[in-house]
Design a protein around this ligand. Structure first.
Ligand code: C5P
Length: 253
């Protein structure tokens, strides 16, 4: 399914995370999902959306296996696939990719960990950019009640206590791909280059940086299929999705 967008678009796939919480002792993007590494699903998902002129995959420094996987997917594809080394934080990894991208209108930043994101989500993000948004992110409603925690007044009872309860109706769980006008994302990342290590480690998505520039970030509908595969349980769930009615994988049911 091809997007009708007239925007020249690049996609950054960040895949340089350590995968510590998955506990397999290998980078998360190399963990097997179904019959291939998670990155293979993520990259083929981006290719299936047919939105990108250029895709830059950010890989763990020194990795050879995932580089070979990216190279193998280049065969028979017009889209330019590139790889760069990751940095010590996610924001550093995105910045490394921004340095090598050619001048496009739009850039989508996608987590390899959201390996099953459907085609329609890529198109919803791109359509919002096409309509004039400088920043757009896919979201889903939050089903849990969320509490803000703080240190406990009585550590002998429990280490933390509730500080406040945001109204659930107004909360959204944020996914990727996140879409930006390229110049806007570059400016936001340049501004964050001065951050302390603690500030840099607290940047968990690109939209945060753009928000801090006072730029409106628009929300479009994400997908339950775009789960972030982080723990062994997530991997089991993703395997079940692959075998279940979600097929073909990158199209909403
Ligand atoms: O686990 P976390 O939220 O940090 O990871 C989100 C995404 O960012 C993953 O796809 C991971 O591979 C990537 N990442 C990265 N470079 C880092 C940390 C995370 O590319 N230094």
């Amino acid at each position: 399914m091809e997007s009708q967008s007239t925007l020249r678009t690049a996609v950054i796939i960040v895949a340089a995370g350590s995968g510590e919480r998955l506990g397999q002792g290998i980078p998360k993007a190399a963990a097997t999902l179904g019959s291939e590494p998670m990155l293979g699903h993520a990259l083929r998902g981006v290719l299936a959306a047919q939105i990108a002129a250029q895709i830059c995959v950010v890989l763990p420094r020194g990795d050879t296996e995932l580089r070979a996987l990216v190279a193998s997917l280049q065969e028979g594809n017009d889209v330019q696939l590139m790889t760069v080394d990751g940095g010590s934080t996610r924001a550093d990894s995105v910045r490394n990719a921004l340095e090598v991208l050619s001048e496009t209108d739009a850039v989508l930043v996608h987590d390899a960990a959201r390996a099953l994101a459907p085609t329609e989500v890529f198109h919803r993000v791109l359509n919002a950019l096409e309509s004039g948004a400088k920043a757009v992110i896919p979201v889903i409603p939050v089903v849990d009640t969320i509490k803000v925690a703080s240190s406990s007044e009585r550590p002998d009872i429990a280490p933390e206590q509730v500080r406040s309860t945001p109204i659930r109706e107004s909360l959204r769980a944020v996914q990727t791909p996140q879409g930006f006008e390229l110049a806007t994302l570059r400016k936001a990342h340049d501004a964050s280059a001065m951050f302390t290590d603690a500030q840099a480690a607290a940047i968990t998505d690109d939209a945060m940086l753009v928000e801090s520039q006072g730029i409106p970030v628009y929300l479009v509908r994400g997908s339950e299929l775009s789960l972030k595969i982080t723990t062994p349980n997530d991997l089991l769930f993703a395997e079940a999705l692959l075998e279940g009615p979600a097929a073909p994988r990158w199209v909403e049911g």
